[in-house]
Write a protein that binds this ligand. Structure first.
Ligand SMILES: NC(=O)c1ccc[n+]([C@@H]2O[C@H](COP(=O)([O-])OP(=O)(O)OC[C@H]3O[C@@H](n4cnc5c(N)ncnc54)[C@H](OP(=O)(O)O)[C@@H]3O)[C@@H](O)[C@H]2O)c1
Length: 450
């Protein structure tokens, strides 16, 4: 049977894994794709660079245009990373009448609408299983396995670097900077880890998942996000003492409108409200997501028919991501990816009028840690501010002094666990507390995911 021609753009961590799978297991892949998958070009920045011995040097090229326009190439795999150049590669590929497989979440989260419109215009497909949670087939699960459901919530650990750092801090009492260095040495973190640790990477992935699960394109900047770069070991210890573990979670909750339950209203036209954020969250120590260690990812998906489902695995790295990219290539070769792309209508083409909720209206319990002067009246001042904002207290812990600010005043950590409160009221209370003379700002807070 005629081979299925592939051009690979990028041969770094992911690209060389894709090349390895294609070149080392041709028979297995041909059996699943119904014909041989033929790697015809590998486009790189610098062909002279040392590479894995399995990469055939005769396939390396800098000539992107020829690779895309090779009549024998049916799909281009974009694994070069970055945004603007990668966007050009994808648009040129679609315009040339070829399909695209990409693992680039930043690209999809920022330019998904434009790229998917171009795909529809040229009647070519874009597949992106590798873009979210690496080797976990979550895109396939949402698009196919859970297609009969209205998804009600997503809750996941989507950044392996942060989870590795949090595991080191929680289990070994390591400081943030020390465990970050260790993650970099082991290849779990980039030399510039900013996009991982500030929550941006998890928010990119959440934006893509929300698009599939709820059919709504949330502007990336509308996703409130906090990372773990400021996390203090003190809070990791207090969380532990309270029976909790801190995890960086990407979360989305959907509340269908009452109209969607009326007869005669098609589900895809019904409205509803969506709340979403990326934040460190305190989870009970024995909850399944709290038990996800090291660089692993996990995601809970709640559907109205299926109930709660859990997906777990390696969320990044060479071979897990290559596994997802090559699965997309097989789907392209057999024509499944094209059908999915057509029926999904991602980023546009659906008629849902979902409202993204103001994050300040989201209600949750909170952990609040303040550094407070150990003097009479301090506690009364703090509880007064909380009461003014209708925040009620569930429990309080005060430890011995840990530091001397001057000769007379001791500063002690004071921890308050609140009952459920609106985020906006809680943040206003925090700001008020930080203005009190007895408090050394900034106070630290996390939502509590009971
Ligand atoms: N790494 C992971 O675990 C992982 C997991 C999931 C998704 N992803 C996504 O996969 C993509 C690739 O990540 P990566 O870690 O594999 O990146 P990487 O190791 O930095 O590799 C990038 C590759 O692209 C090539 N390249 C860069 N600019 C180019 C240009 N202008 N023209 C031609 N080639 C160019 C580089 O060529 P040279 O080799 O000549 O420098 C290199 O081979 C990113 O979008 C990333 O977000 C990565």
């Amino acid at each position: 049977m005629e081979p299925y021609g592939i051009a690979l753009v990028g041969c770094g961590t992911v690209g060389s894994g894709v090349a390895k799978l294609l070149l080392e297991h041709p028979d297995r892949l041909a059996a699943r794709a119904g014909r041989p998958l033929e790697l015809r070009h590998i486009v790189v920045h610098d062909p002279a660079k040392p590479r894995d011995s399995c990469i055939p040097r005769n396939l390396l090229t800098t000539d992107l245009r020829s690779a895309i326009n090779d009549p024998a190439v049916q799909t281009v795999v974009e694994v070069m990373g970055g945004i603007e150049q990668a966007k050009r590669v994808v648009l040129d590929t679609l315009a040339a009448g070829k399909h695209v497989v990409t693992a680039n979440k930043a690209l999809l989260a920022t330019h998904g609408a434009e790229l998917f419109d171009a795909g529809r215009r040229h009647d070519r497909a874009i597949a992106f299983e590798g873009a979210v949670a690496g080797g976990i087939p979550i895109i396939g699960a949402l698009c196919q396995g859970l297609a009969a459901n209205q998804i009600l919530s997503l809750q996941g650990i989507l950044n392996g670097t942060c989870n590795y750092i949090l595991t080191g801090m929680t289990e070994n009492g390591q400081r943030y900077a020390d465990v970050l260095r260790e993650a970099q040495q082991k290849g779990y973190a980039e030399s510039d880890p900013t996009l991982d640790v500030d929550g941006t990477d998890a928010a990119h992935k959440l934006a893509i998942l929300v698009q599939i699960a709820f059919g709504v394109a949330v502007p990336f900047d509308a996703i409130r996000r906090r990372g773990i770069a400021e996390l203090d070991l003190l809070d990791v210890r207090f969380a532990k003492e309270l029976g909790y573990t801190i995890k960086l979670l990407a979360e989305a909750w959907f509340e269908p409108s009452t109209r969607s339950q009326e007869s005669g209203v098609r589900a895809e036209e019904s409205g509803g409200k969506l709340a979403l954020h990326v934040s460190p969250v305190m989870l009970r120590q024995n909850s399944p997501l709290a038990l996800v260690r090291d660089a692993y990812n996990a995601l809970f998906v709640l559907g109205d028919a299926v109930g709660s489902t859990l997906y777990y695995g390696r969320g990044a790295g060479q071979m897990p991501t290559a596994s997802a990219v090559v699965a997309d290539l097989i789907d392209m070769a057999v024509g499944r990816a094209q059908q999915t792309f057509r029926s999904l209508k991602l980023w546009s083409g659906n008629h849902r009028s979902i409202v993204v909720r103001d994050p300040n209206t989201m209600r949750t319990r909170f952990y609040l840690r303040m550094m407070v002067e150990d003097r009479p009246g301090a506690m009364a001042d703090i509880t007064r501010v909380l009461a003014e904002h209708h925040i009620s207290i569930s429990s309080v812990i005060q430890h011995e002094a840990i530091e001397h600010a001057d000769e007379d005043t001791e500063i002690v950590p004071l921890i308050i666990m609140t009952h459920t409160a609106a985020t906006g009221s809680f943040l206003a209370a925090c700001a008020g507390i930080d203005r009190l003379a007895c408090v050394r700002p900034p106070s630290v807070y996390f939502p509590v995911g009971d």
